[in-house]
Design a protein around this ligand. Sequence first.
Ligand code: PEP
Length: 237
Amino acid sequence: MYNIPHMSSSKEFYVANWKQSGKRGEALKWVLEMGQEKNLLADMNKVIIVCPPLKALDLMEQEILIKQLPIAVGIQDIDVKIFEGEKNTGAQSPALLANSATYVIIGHSETRRNNKLTDQDVVNKVKASQDAGLITIVCVEEVNQAKKLKELFGNYSGIIAYEPPSAIGTGNAASPQDANRVAMKIKEVLPSTVVLYGGSVDGKNIKGFVQQSEIGGVLVGNKSLDASFFKDILRNA
Ligand code: PEP
């Protein structure tokens, strides 16, 4: 049902990053409420992706399938040790998760910081995820992290989410023009990417971001949890 877009297409990506939210009832309610406005979701230029915690992944995927909604499902991270050939109790392998998801977020600033991820760890996760067939959304806080990706990975093809930490969850979004300048620099380093902006996006500021020439969509935290706020973002984009 869900068609994977080519990175070269002019589609805009709207990624809902649920972090640790997503109890059963919340997940079911979100899918139900999103499905109440199928025409909003049916815009062929928009790729809508929800990344719930693993606990809610299969439930959401099933509900989305039952309701025939054009929403793809992603995961928020994968474990890096798995593909070093060792067993690893408790770890989540990309191969397993690729059964349930199409996308994976890698190297979110919170994950980099809290799990002490190195740039090489991020690259290892990207390789393992792409080998398993997942489409990667690599988060970078600044152009230097994109340069590191280029240095350690080569010509990365996929999605990059530019997320300045000062804008994440603070209500202080970057200015669309500044975000566009950074997106342009990222694309100079990694030309085969779609660059998203993330950080305090809401229904009021969305237009300013997606109007920018180098910004191909947004990654949304807080305002993605409630379907009505997320639909506002889609509606006003
Ligand atoms: C995020 O967590 O990646 C994010 C962009 O959050 P928020 O939209 O809440 O700033």
